[in-house]
Design a protein around this ligand. Structure first.
Ligand SMILES: NC(=O)c1ccc[n+]([C@@H]2O[C@H](COP(=O)([O-])OP(=O)(O)OC[C@H]3O[C@@H](n4cnc5c(N)ncnc54)[C@H](O)[C@@H]3O)[C@@H](O)[C@H]2O)c1
Length: 366
């Protein structure tokens, strides 16, 4: 008998094959089947792995394969229906970012997974990067002093998405990292942007977030930049940390540099800012593929019943900020107050479950 965890991957486009490769490399996992509406993409993956079964229809995959878990890497418009069907079929679910198209969909999935005792994890890959984890650890330790601001730039000549704008496509990465570092959700969201190429689909956006502790964050996302930029800066009152994803090894640098206002001065002529130029250092960080770490976390949560690092609630927090950003975009960048029910970040186990979710699986095309 094969005791390995049986996994099916849905979506064999750009990202799905990376998930197949990583799950396939885990000793306790058997990638049993893949699914894609597009026969060409399906064949592309089937040719690379022996023993894999292929399906063009997700319902067939669920009916014919004895799977423990389903991994969903399709465009966001299909996330909710596919994940809901998988949860109703009692499969653990790893759902790519952005989790769904609305917060209502996310809440339904979280409640359904809780009700059925299933793992629901969201693919916020960057939180599984050792370098990003180190950045978050340093920010939280207070080593930077008080945070003055955060800036995240994710720019390149983009893989244009048809169903979502650049904020919904790229900002989930920035938002998941920033909210983990600040350990809170914002209280106000602003977003401005332009649709330059596809009418109605913004390909460049500037998002700004204000947090309860007065930390201010800006996020720039673009599919139009000729150069690729993946940089995240946390400026503190004592030090600054810069993460550069494109650096092959030394992704994190800490600058012991700051500027202070002198406490007092007698005349305007005496006034001088106090600049401090100290050392810059690079922490040693163990290299490993973030996506592999994510896949390992999913498997371990299924095996132990523990909560994923990127649980449904975190996916929901990101979607709620994106909804506020969309509202602000419609409103020429106006401030959208961001309310939530509880004062600090919740996890899936804090979610109350609606009894109605025990019911039958809704029918509809997948
Ligand atoms: N975590 C990350 O770092 C990361 C990186 C890239 C993409 N993603 C996410 O992965 C998802 C997929 O992105 P992509 O760039 O691979 O898209 P893609 O368009 O390249 O591939 C999606 C595939 O899903 C298939 N598909 C669509 N609906 C389907 C359905 N109902 N049943 C079966 N197959 C279906 C399509 O035929 C296509 O082959 C998106 O949610 C995206 O945001 C995550």
């Amino acid at each position: 008998m094969n005791s390995a965890l049986q996994i099916g991957v849905v979506g064999c486009g750009y990202w799905g094959p990376n998930l197949v490769r990583n799950f396939d490399s885990l000793p306790s996992v058997n990638v049993a089947a893949v699914c894609d509406l597009d026969l060409g993409r399906l064949s592309h993956v089937l040719q690379r792995y022996s023993g894999l079964k292929g399906y063009q229809n997700f319902t067939d995959l669920l009916q014919h394969e004895a799977l423990d878990a389903v991994v969903i890497a399709t465009p966001v418009a299909s996330h909710f229906k596919l994940a809901q069907a998988a949860l109703y079929a009692n499969k653990h679910v790893l759902l790519e970012k952005p989790m769904a198209t609305s917060s209502e969909e996310c809440e339904t999935l979280i409640q359904l997974a809780r009700k059925r005792g299933l793992v629901l994890m969201v693919g916020h890959t960057y939180l599984f990067s050792n370098a990003i984890q180190r950045v978050i650890e340093i920010v939280k330790s207070g080593e930077l002093g008080e945070l003055r601001y955060i800036n995240s730039q994710r720019l390149s000549l983009g893989l244009f998405q048809k169903d979502v704008n650049v904020a919904w496509d790229l900002a989930p990465h920035d938002l998941s990292i920033i909210m983990a570092a600040v350990d809170d959700v914002p209280i106000v969201v602003n977003c401005q942007g332009n649709a330059n190429v596809t009418p109605g689909v913004e390909d460049v956006v500037n998002l700004s977030l204000k947090f309860r502790n007065q930390t201010f964050a800006t996020i720039q996302n673009s599919w139009l930049e000729p150069r690729k930029v993946r940089q995240l800066t946390f400026v503190g009152t004592q030090r600054t940390i810069i993460y550069d994803d494109l650096e092959p090894r030394d992704k994190v640098r800490i600058y012991d540099v700051r500027v202070d206002r002198p406490p007092h001065y007698d005349s305007f002529g005496d006034f001088q800012y106090a600049y401090h130029y100290g050392d810059t250092y690079i922490p040693r960080i163990e290299q490993s593929e973030p996506l592999r770490n994510l896949c390992e976390n999913f498997v371990s949560c299924i095996q132990t019943g523990s909560q994923p690092l990127t649980c449904g609630q975190q996916g929901l927090d990101v979607i709620r900020v994106l909804e506020a950003a969309s509202e602000s975009l419609q409103n020429s960048g106006g401030a959208v107050p961001f309310s939530r029910r509880t004062p600090s970040r919740k996890t899936d186990s804090d979610f109350s479950v609606k009894p109605s979710l025990a019911g039958k699986e809704p029918v509809g095309a997948l």
